[in-house]
Design a protein around this ligand. Structure first.
Ligand code: A2P
Length: 294
């Protein structure tokens, strides 16, 4: 399987509303706000990334904004994603949360804004309505020009279908955990078939898959690192990877994935791997406070 058509970091996927999104994003989950995030974001942009992924819950939006400005690259040439946190659900709170993120980032608009986690039945019997009201805030802010595109994260088919019952604008993106050893491929396929771009958080399994012998043997065939294999695996599934590293050399090398193609046999071998590196975060099982640092 090779759904990849991208050949550089500036090549883009096109969202349902025509907005272009650079094909690999630099992830910032767990990157601290002690100057590290600013430095890493600037480095990533210098190394050629044009897409940065953050979230209100990561506590580093302000430093992402600083890194963007320090890079000297024009705002219009960059794509910035951030996410709405679970404590801010509901229409009015969502509108305020968007303004807070804009202020923290120091930006006039956000390229892509995502619902970080769905409200689920276990959290509230009114979960559908709560998600619908949050989403209405997204639609209002998008119409006001504050958001160029909107989507969800960690949603499963039932959460998205529930949103469709009331929404005016359908989610354009579903960002989920995706890496060798945990692909959630039914969700990937269904989301892609229903007009959403799937993005991969923890495309390297948060580092947990990097020592796996099967992956090491496959990566060696192509003279690539396991991290590069993982990033390329996502692209060949038509999934947008969001690798993260705080090491400048790894930031660069993680995006050097356009000079090899994983064979169909090796793609299948990766799909056939047992579960590995799964975060254990599931929208239906985890109480909201267990996700607080996610
Ligand atoms: P570091 O910041 O020291 O590079 P994921 O993106 O799946 O969440 O994985 C991120 C983790 O993988 C981080 O701990 C990061 O550590 C590590 N990592 C990122 N790139 C590489 C790489 N090329 N080789 C080894 N470890 C990596």
């Amino acid at each position: 399987m090779n759904k990849n058509t991208k050949t550089t970091l500036t090549d883009c996927f096109i969202l349902a509303n025509g907005v272009k999104i650079p094909c690999i994003g630099y992830g910032t989950w767990q990157t601290p706000s002690d100057g590290t995030t600013e430095k890493c974001v600037k480095t990533a942009i210098e190394k050629g990334y044009r897409h940065i992924d953050t979230a209100f819950a990561y506590g580093n939006e302000a430093e992402v904004g600083e890194g963007v400005r320090a890079s000297g690259v024009a705002r219009g040439d960059l794509f910035i994603t951030t996410k709405h946190w679970v404590t801010e659900r509901g229409y009015e709170k969502t509108l305020a949360a968007i303004d807070t993120s804009l202020k923290l980032l120091g930006l006039d608009y956000i390229d892509l804004y995502l619902v970080h986690w769905p409200c689920v039945a276990k959290c509230s019997p009114d979960w559908k309505q709560i998600n619908a009201e949050t989403w209405r805030g997204f639609e209002t802010a998008m119409k006001a020009g504050k958001l160029r595109a909107i989507g969800v994260s960690n949603y499963q088919q039932k959460h998205i279908e529930a949103l469709w019952e009331t929404c005016e604008i359908r989610p354009m993106v579903n960002q989920i955990e995706f890496h060798p050893g945990y692909t959630q491929y039914d969700n990937v396929r269904w989301s892609q078939e229903n007009g959403m771009l799937v993005e991969a958080w923890s495309p390297l399994g948060s580092g947990a898959v990097l020592k796996d012998a099967t992956l090491a043997a496959i990566a060696a065939k192509y003279n690539k690192s396991v991290a590069q294999l993982c990033v390329r695996f996502a692209l060949q599934c038509g999934v947008l990877p969001l690798p993260k590293s705080t090491n400048p050399d790894r930031i660069a090398s993680n995006a050097e994935v356009f000079d090899f193609v994983i064979s169909d046999g090796d793609m299948q071998a990766i799909f056939d791997m047992p579960t590995l590196g799964f975060s254990t975060y599931l929208p239906e099982d985890a109480p909201a406070d267990a996700l607080a640092n996610q």
